[in-house]
Ligand binder design. Structure first.
Ligand SMILES: Cc1ncc(COP(=O)(O)O)c(C=O)c1O
Length: 391
């Protein structure tokens, strides 16, 4: 019997090593990784630049705490602000913590205006993490149910509900922020409409609300830009990220622009590990590799090869109902039940998952080769063809 708390439904496989877009199980069998540890290893497994940065830093210094200056953290913050146009960065250890920081920034924005009961507008279907603040902001009753009472102070609207947002602007005097994933991941890869994001930006400007983006999953090169807001042309005031930032080292970041940078002050927020030398060294190597090689430009071609492989091999185009996402956040909604798909993919040595109950989610790394990408598409087609036979 395992001594691990049973919070995960695990698949019957464990990996011993990885290289690029492949993982190898304990017998050395290769698996094509179209999930990247859930959008984390965007540069693939064991990228030499990241391995080198971690090794060198591990030989020098792992951790000192935020009681002292951390040059690696300063360097990473400068790199991130230069590449995003944001102004300041708070480092933490995960996506949930990056969102907790964004929530505190928003509440502090309210407190500074004398708002005692601040409200943050959030979106149906959003996923922001499992800590209590992030869980309360999340738009999924199923994962909130057992953990009530939730944190108050969130108003939820539907995806792309411009009218709903305008109504809130008219009737609520205590709103401080709009917090959203520009591309919802966990609920099935739903890019929010540009018109909605643009209207949210306008309303935030008009009403002195902060526009806060959760790019924990969509960021760090995954969607064809360093952060997807850069592709969409809608600039947030607060940007939360994690996952691909460390390519496997645990690091999160909450970035702010000039409207939000001075809100949190000494004593307002902190973390023991956040932004320590080893994680920042890894993240700097990630950011430098991504930006020097402009690797995010690979996202759209790889997506294209995967979809080519899929459609080239499908017996019936009706097997696919919808395809969504930007770059390497790929949602494929089939016309067949998705219950067995993860297992069937594992049998074909392909790693993927199902999000939102009915959407095949592919989050492959930016280093996936053309033959690998085509093979991902072909293996998915093979599964759908088999399921299609029993329709
Ligand atoms: C958009 C988004 N926000 C937040 C999180 C939570 O991140 P973490 O698991 O690192 O706390 C996730 C994780 O899936 C996510 O996809």
């Amino acid at each position: 019997m395992s001594a691990i708390m049973p919070t995960y439904g695990r698949l019957p496989v464990a990996f011993a090593s990885g290289a690029g877009a492949e993982l190898f199980d304990q017998k050395g069998q290769p698996f094509l990784d179209a999930l990247s540890g859930i959008a984390v290893t965007n540069l693939g497994h064991c990228h030499p630049n990241i391995t080198r940065a971690i090794t060198e830093q591990a030989e020098t210094l792992l951790h000192t705490s935020n009681l002292y200056g951390i040059p690696q953290q300063e360097r990473l913050a400068t790199e991130l602000t230069q590449l995003t146009g944001m102004e300041k960065v708070f480092f933490c250890n995960s996506g949930a913590e990056a969102n907790e920081t964004a929530i505190k920034v928003a509440r502090r924005h309210g407190a500074n205006q004398g708002i005692e009961d601040p409200k943050i507008v959030v979106i149906e279907g959003a996923f922001h993490g499992r800590t209590m603040g992030a869980l309360s902001a999340t738009g999924s009753a199923a994962i909130q149910q057992a953990f009530k009472p939730l944190l108050p102070g969130f108003i939820r609207i539907g995806r792309n509900d411009i009218e709903g947002l305008e109504t809130i602007a008219k009737h609520h005097k205590d709103v401080v922020a709009v917090h959203l994933e520009p591309v919802q991941g966990e609920s099935g890869i739903w890019p929010l409409e540009l018109a909605f994001l643009q209207r949210a930006r306008e309303l935030c400007d008009q009403h002195n609300w902060l526009l806060s983006f959760d790019e924990v999953q969509s960021g760090n090169g995954r969607c064809g830009a360093l952060y997807v807001f850069q592709r969409l042309g809608v600039m947030p005031d607060v940007l939360a990220t994690a996952k691909g930032l460390g390519n496997g080292m645990p690091i999160g970041a909450c970035m702010t622009n000039d409207r939000a940078s001075a809100l949190l002050i000494a004593g307002d927020h902190g973390t023991t590990y956040g932004g320590n030398p080893i994680c920042c060294a890894a993240a700097s190597a990630v950011i430098n590799t991504l930006s020097t090689e402009q690797l995010w430009k690979q996202a759209d071609p790889i997506r294209g090869w995967i979809l080519e492989g899929l459609h080239g091999q499908l017996n019936d185009s009706e097997l696919v109902k919808d395809e969504r996402g930007h770059g390497l956040m790929i949602g494929i909604e089939p016309n067949v039940p998705t219950t067995d798909i993860v297992r069937m993919a594992l049998d074909r040595r392909l790693l993927l998952n199902v999000a939102g109950g009915s959407t095949i989610r592919l989050l492959p790394p930016l280093v996936m080769t053309k033959p690998q990408a085509r093979s991902v598409g072909e293996r998915v087609a093979d599964i759908l063809n088999e399921l299609g036979k029993t329709r």
